[in-house]
Design a protein around this ligand. Structure first.
Ligand code: IPM
Ligand code: MG
Length: 360
């Protein structure tokens, strides 16, 4: 089959890691008889350098016209890069938020999985790790504090800032449905995370999740307050299957979940709308300090490409092949610097891409 993939290489290590993911996709195409046509799109700092803004209407239109978008990472060093001298709405991250909103990518899936081979990198005690953990953070991505009205100004002689947190029942319902759907294909447990002891938006969240849960009698669910969830993630991460939560809590908890796996460089993500379209990117950032040195770990981006095959293109067998190739390379002892340990074979970004592609 033929697929059009919009490619946002982005900033920092973005171009290197996306190049490796494309290498793996090309191998999939060859092996399984597909054609992936790529169109390079500019976003973030790379777009600011050319157009003065982090996301142009042309890029949005081209992204919309593609079957899916594969992305590296955007942004630079916030204290030294000239991009951060621009007003907030013109900085690299504003492009990312805008594309999420414009493409209605409300469902953000962030798997956090402990690889057997990388157990040594997990910062938790062995008795807590047990036989590992495997969770899916389901983060609402186009509402809440990120997209509410904001302002800063003088009020009654005092400098005052506002960030507005709003959710409608429909926004909550559609992400909850996605969460329960995903749980059904996994271990059938949803933990809905909120701050219902304080926030109105969380009390509505809880009510709507309970309504949605009625349609999924085969899926068990519980409510958990966000502060307790942050604690439980390090106390007993095995208890979680799907964590369903709003935008800001999901931002924070997904970094924490990534950290407990010990290998941020391994974690993929998918941002989906109501259709088959999705934007796929690694969960980690652009790591400008190591850019261009061929030492970045491309695995999170390669696994994001596997998610694209699975969710946007319905190519499950091909996605399985990519995931199996990653596991195989780890089993053979190949490691990039971020996941390296005693007795393993250290490889660079490009060699890691080659090794994985060879095993497809
Ligand atoms: C993420 C990032 C973004 C977010 C930033 C770069 C705006 O932290 O994707 O988690 O907060 O959503
Ligand atoms: Mg984040």
């Amino acid at each position: 089959m033929n697929f059009n993939v919009g490619v946002i290489k982005g900033d920092g290590i973005g171009p290197e890691i996306v190049t490796e993911a494309m290498k793996v996709l090309d191998k999939v195409a060859e092996k399984f008889g597909h054609v992936f046509s790529y169109e390079q799109l500019l976003m973030g700092g790379a777009s600011i350098d050319v157009h003065g803004i982090p996301l142009t209407d042309e890029t949005i239109a081209k992204a919309k016209a593609s079957d899916a978008v594969l992305m590296g990472s955007i942004g630079g060093n916030t204290s030294t890069s000239p991009w951060y001298k621009l007003e907030p709405s013109k900085r690299p991250e504003a492009g990312l938020l805008k594309i999420r909103k414009e493409l209605n990518l409300f469902a953000n899936l962030r798997p956090a999985y402990l690889y057997e081979e990388l157990k040594g990198a997990c910062p938790l005690r062995e008795d807590i790790i047990g036989d590992g953990f495997d969770m899916m953070i389901m983060r609402e991505l186009t509402g809440g504090l990120y997209f509410g009205e904001r302002s800063t100004g003088m009020e009654n002689g005092v400098m005052t800032a506002h960030d507005n947190l709003t959710y409608t029942e429909e926004e909550i319902r559609r992400i909850a449905i996605r969460g329960f759907d995903i749980a059904r294909k996994r271990r059938k447990k949803v933990t809905s995370v909120d701050k219902a002891n304080v926030l109105d938006s969380s009390r509505l969240w809880r009510k709507v999740v309970e309504e949605v849960a009625k349609d999924y009698p085969d899926v068990s669910y519980e409510h958990m307050l966000v502060d307790n969830c942050a604690m439980q993630l390090v106390r007993d991460p095995k208890q979680f299957d799907v964590i369903l939560t709003e935008n800001m809590f999901g931002d924070i908890l997904s970094d924490e979940a990534a950290m407990v796996t010990g290998s941020l460089g391994m974690l993929s993500s998918a941002s989906l709308n109501e259709t088959k379209f999705g934007l796929y990117e690694p969960s980690h950032g652009s790591a400008p300090d190591i850019a261009g040195q061929d030492i970045a770990n491309p695995i999170a981006t390669i696994l994001s490409a596997a998610m694209m095959l699975r969710f946007s293109f319905d190519l499950d067998e091909e996605a399985d092949a990519v995931e199996a190739a990653v596991k195989q390379v780890l089993k053979e002892g190949y490691r990039t610097a971020d996941i390296d340990s005693e007795g393993m074979t250290r490889v660079g970004c490009s060699q890691m891409g080659d090794l994985i592609a060879e095993r497809i």
